[in-house]
Design a protein around this ligand. Sequence first.
Ligand code: PMV
Length: 351
Amino acid sequence: KSDGVLQMQSVSYQSPSNIALIKYWGKHGLQIPKNPSISFTLNTCRTTTTLSWNERTQHKDDYEVKVILDGKHKPGFEPKIHQFFGRVAEYLPFIKDYAFTVDTSNSFPHSSGIASSASGFSALALCLMEMEREMNPQMSQKAFDQKASFIARLGSGSGCRSLKGPLVVWGEHPEIKGSSDIYGIEYPYQVNPVFDNYQDAILLVDQGEKQVSSTVGHNLMHNHAYAPSRFSQAIENLSSLIPVLESGDLDQFINIVESEALTLHAMMLTSNPYFILMKPNTLKIIENLWQYRRETKIPVCFTLDAGANVHVLFPQEYREDVQDFVKTELSTYCQDNRYIFDTVGNGALKL
Ligand code: PMV
């Protein structure tokens, strides 16, 4: 409970985006995933958020928040934050006692087709948790981390995987100790050094607004003909990935990761209503990438989010070669030739 004597008046966090290897698609209840997922935390694609507050004297039955994006007041984003506050108030009861300003910016270009909700809600959740920590200084770091991820999940499901790195699991899996449906955990087992500093070249094929919001997308999995087999397949794929992450068997890694990406899109192709989220250039990139892999034997693979952009994943040792290939060939299929070279990172940072 707030006693109104917070020393801090603002706090800032930087939080990265993440890219799933085993995809989360389908949820129930309040952001509970229908299957477990695992992602690489990114490094360069980040949201920076400063949360500042003043104690309120009146109107404590609602929430008060002002959103500033890239230095400009954006009232259009405020209902989303109100909804988020409504969900988390039960767990952070001080929220009604303050008038907040959320001042946020993204390192990646605006409307680049890269979702900022995961990095954005992760950063905001961490800022709120710093207030909570000041009110409960006895809280352990583990309790802080779990609750921060829990709070981020209530804003953006996949956002609960952005706080830590390089690999985060969200959703209960029988073979992953400590895994939970309500927060993400750092992947607890051994990971082969081939995955250290793994590279992600993000090819911006379509920089517009998302064609299908993720809320609509997840809902398409209700009554979906293939949903039950998809959910068990995700569990099996995560089981298969555990020994692959340990051994560094990149052929197996590529097989699992690419199949997951295509399955995500297959779920949208076969839902009702149905959607095609790839663009012709998405397929061109995939075909080119496969040809390049056949010819060079470089273990490079792709994955996709719920959109047309392509993430090209590869080990650090091939960085120069693959970056050259992206610049000279794959970029020609990108909108305005745009791409981002990112790497796997270690999670959020308090500023
Ligand atoms: O967190 P949401 O609701 O934006 O859903 C993200 C879903 C995918 O990005 C398509 C897959 C994933 O696991 O990140």
